[in-house]
Design a protein around this ligand. Sequence first.
Ligand code: NAD
Ligand code: 3PG
Length: 595
Amino acid sequence: MAASASSAVNLSIKPTRTSLSWKLHLASTSAFAVSPRLANRHYPRFVIFSMGAKPTVLVAEKLGEAGVNLLKEFADVDCSYNLTPEELCTKISLCDALIVRSGTKVSREVFESSGGRLKVVGRAGVGIDNVDLAAATEHGCLVVNAPTANTVAAAEHGIALLTAMSRNVAQADASVKAGKWLRNKYVGVSLVGKTLAVMGFGKVGSEVARRAKGLGMHVIAHDPYAPADRARALGLELVSFDKAIASADFISLHMPLTPATNKILNDETFAKMKKGVRIVNVARGGVIDEDALVRALDAGIVAQAALDVFTVEPPKDSKLVLHENVTATPHLGASTMEAQEGVAVEIAEAVVGALNGELAATAVNAPMVPAEVLSELKPFVALAEKLGKLVVQLVAGGSGVKSVTVTYGSARAPGDLDTRLLRAMITKGLIEPISSAFVNLVNADFTAKQRGLRIAEERFLLNGSPESPLEFIQVQISSVTSKFASALSNSGEIRVEGKVKDGIPHLTKVGSFEVDVSLEGSIILCRQVDQPGMIGKVGSILSEGNVNVSFMSVGRIAPRKHAVMAIGVDEQPSKESLKRIGEIPAVEEFVYLKI
Ligand SMILES: NC(=O)c1ccc[n+]([C@@H]2O[C@H](COP(=O)([O-])OP(=O)(O)OC[C@H]3O[C@@H](n4cnc5c(N)ncnc54)[C@H](O)[C@@H]3O)[C@@H](O)[C@H]2O)c1
Ligand SMILES: O=C(O)[C@H](O)COP(=O)(O)O
């Protein structure tokens, strides 16, 4: 894969930020006290941590007690319900995490108002259409949800609405309470033998399908992304959208609200349905054009509708809700005691895990990297960030970094190496030293794109054992000038390469020079005429300046020609020491790099 140029971005070198703010990096220990139950998980941790204080979690909607208790073991928990948007924006700057259900709009303003402190939004449920995901990602805020605990509750509510609607339970109940006895008016329709089209064959849809089959219905499903074998396993057929809506006696909606599903039931699609079709919606109100549904009900195309969800919740002065053939519930799909306890625990664990650095399995806007993959990539993650940091400091001020190529040398088969994490850390290394941006796994790709920085990845397939995921990582920046000309490869790119040795990241190549210096502390790269006494001269200047040398390595093209010396230093040399190194006659160029 070749790197291709994209729009220019001029990155000026600024001092590296000291991180009083949250950091995203791998660490073996946790910054926060964790409940024994959570501490038992042995994941490498992406610590997004503060300075040892307990994090603050704002719970903005009622959450099951078990979840709140779990959060309290780890964080200061502020349960403040029914906040206005303005109150939420004010409070959020004091919070590290926010937990909501579907009733709170987590808008761009919320992320902007957080001043960078908000690091996790937990959605205690499935649908994340009330969270501005793009804004979350841009602000480096992880969004996690609780996708499984309310599935059965939602499916049961779907079935409850289906059966209640077909037998007019709600309308009949209201009439009895009004003192009427209308046995002829409320004659229903049977379900057995009728065709039910399940639209969206995911978690809830498949549970509804299973239950509807138990009621003797003929079930078909439409889902462009569902595997056919999952449908076959339940003994039903996946069909096209048009076939589903045209052949159904009942339609049950179970797809997420996305730009593609927004108002997917509209005048045009209602016109294609069987006259007298009945519709259940426990997904999201927005998948139906509500005005069109009123028209379809009035025209008798739709005989009845049972709705748990609405475009605007709660609906106001809604003709639809008041329609006599509509049964409405106030978004109760997930509202069983069992589901709410389950969701609360599921989201509390996800939020605590995320605050504590684990890559959440239910992350919505970040790659989900399995724990085993994380574990084996851990030393390479550190290498990736350090190489990124190093290479960008080799760029001469004023050169715009546009195009970076990362080459992974590995004996693993292509496709058997998940590089998203490594790419994110290289991006972090490239961007953070030269900007005030905070880059993490969530926003790395976005931040790179926003800066017009294109990062192309290549694989170099090595012979040998694929036991280790990687042999080396090489990072190249093209179309720039370097402040250390020896870092340029023969083809003119700034190039550095590194390996992991005994678990420690090492720099092993600079331009065409082989070196070997551990990437701890900082580094002086120095090009000189290869001659005796050079190591001693540089070493004594550093020791006179009280700078401890941790590592030294010389790479040369041929004896007595040019050599590049890489010196690892524990302390930052003074300007005077650096000046004296530059004045050694055989030294042709040198650079001091912070890592
Ligand atoms: N009423 C409630 O209280 C309640 C409770 C739980 C879930 N929900 C909602 O139910 C919906 C489904 O939840 P889930 O947990 O089953 O989600 P899911 O992700 O498991 O399933 C959604 C399915 O919809 C499919 N889909 C996507 N686009 C589609 C399209 N254009 N046409 C047809 N299918 C499409 C997906 O492939 C997926 O299989 C979500 O909108 C969720 O928010 C509501
Ligand atoms: O998407 C969901 O999980 C459901 O719509 C439930 O929403 P709720 O948590 O607001 O009940």
